[in-house]
Design a protein around this ligand. Structure first.
Ligand SMILES: C[S@@+](CC[C@H](N)C(=O)[O-])C[C@H]1O[C@@H](n2cnc3c(N)ncnc32)[C@H](O)[C@@H]1O
Length: 277
């Protein structure tokens, strides 16, 4: 009689049941309400979502990097999951908020977070040599969605503009990728930043990039697909998972006139760093 082989898990600390659940190529994740401090940031992803990915792609005590960490969601998720986290963020205000939130989380978690690095570096992700980065086991990140925050049309932007203290753009720094108006130049600089991470990524580790295709001026700029294709020169594109949100009110864009969807999904692009392949 054949004996059942024991489950050997080299990637993470999940049970077979938990592993299987993550394997579905789409999922619904409705972000919980945002805390006041992070409302200021126009485009953050939920810590709960980051934690699910981090727990799948790393083991306890491994190191996660987010080269554009915003207000620190990735680092909060790392602390909750018992991973070390390092985040780089260009904007001083966001990196300060991230530091504060990390401290608050460390206080809440107490002993559980003791000994875990949760470091926010204020700086340009295009200048990685300036920072003393260790080798990391996973990259989890999301880029600026081109210069969309400069677009006056977007409904959320209109609402944000009327609310006090809510940013409508990240910064006016020329190093901020969200300020590059030429799509191809933006894509080149973003790809260069991601490609530049290679010396710090342990071979065979994964990268997840949360990204959307972008609607602008009546057409789609396929940022998710372009990134998938272009980064394939440096990493192996493994897969996509589609993150759907179904708690957002539908808006009647183009109704009676033209097809304009309400885009409530993001691509979670999975790459693996496989040098020599
Ligand atoms: C989509 S947001 C990331 C949000 C983050 N995931 C969170 O949950 O708060 C992209 C971030 O990239 C930052 N950024 C833009 N250009 C950068 C650069 N060259 N180096 C580092 N960060 C940059 C922006 O300031 C912005 O906070």
């Amino acid at each position: 009689m054949s004996k059942k082989r024991p489950f050997v898990n080299r990637l993470n600390d999940l049970s077979p049941k938990e592993w299987l659940k993550f394997q579905k190529s789409w999922f619904v994740h409705n972000p919980p309400p945002r805390r006041k401090q992070v409302l200021r940031h126009p485009a953050k992803f939920p810590e709960t979502l980051a934690q699910e990915f981090i727990q799948f792609f790393t083991k306890h005590e491994q190191i996660v990097l987010d080269p554009m960490v915003g207000t620190g969601s990735t680092l909060i998720a790392c602390l909750r999951a018992g991973r070390h986290g390092i985040g780089i963020e260009l904007n001083h205000t966001y990196s300060e908020i991230a530091r504060k939130l990390v401290e608050e989380e460390q206080t809440i978690l107490g002993q559980v977070a003791e000994g875990f690095r949760a470091e926010v570096i204020t700086g340009d992700a295009a200048q990685l040599d300036d920072f003393d980065l260790p080798m990391v086991d996973y990259v989890f990140t999301s880029p600026p969605y081109w210069d969309m925050l400069h677009s006056r049309g977007a409904m959320t932007q209109r609402r944000r503009r009327t609310a006090q203290e809510l940013d409508t753009i990240y910064s006016d720094d020329p190093a901020d990728l969200g300020n590059i108006s030429d799509y191809d130049k933006f894509l080149d600089r973003l790809v260069a930043i991601y490609a530049g991470l290679r010396p710090y990524i342990r071979p065979r580790s994964y990268l997840t990039i949360i990204v959307k295709n972008i609607k602008k001026g009546g057409r789609i700029y396929p940022l998710a697909w372009d990134l998938a294709r272009r980064l394939g020169d440096f990493y192996t594109l493994k897969d996509e998972r589609i993150w759907c949100q179904n708690n957002v009110r539908l808006a009647p864009y183009g109704m009676g006139n033209a097809w304009v969807s309400n885009t409530f999904h993001h691509y979670c692009l999975q790459f693996r760093y496989e040098p020599g392949l």
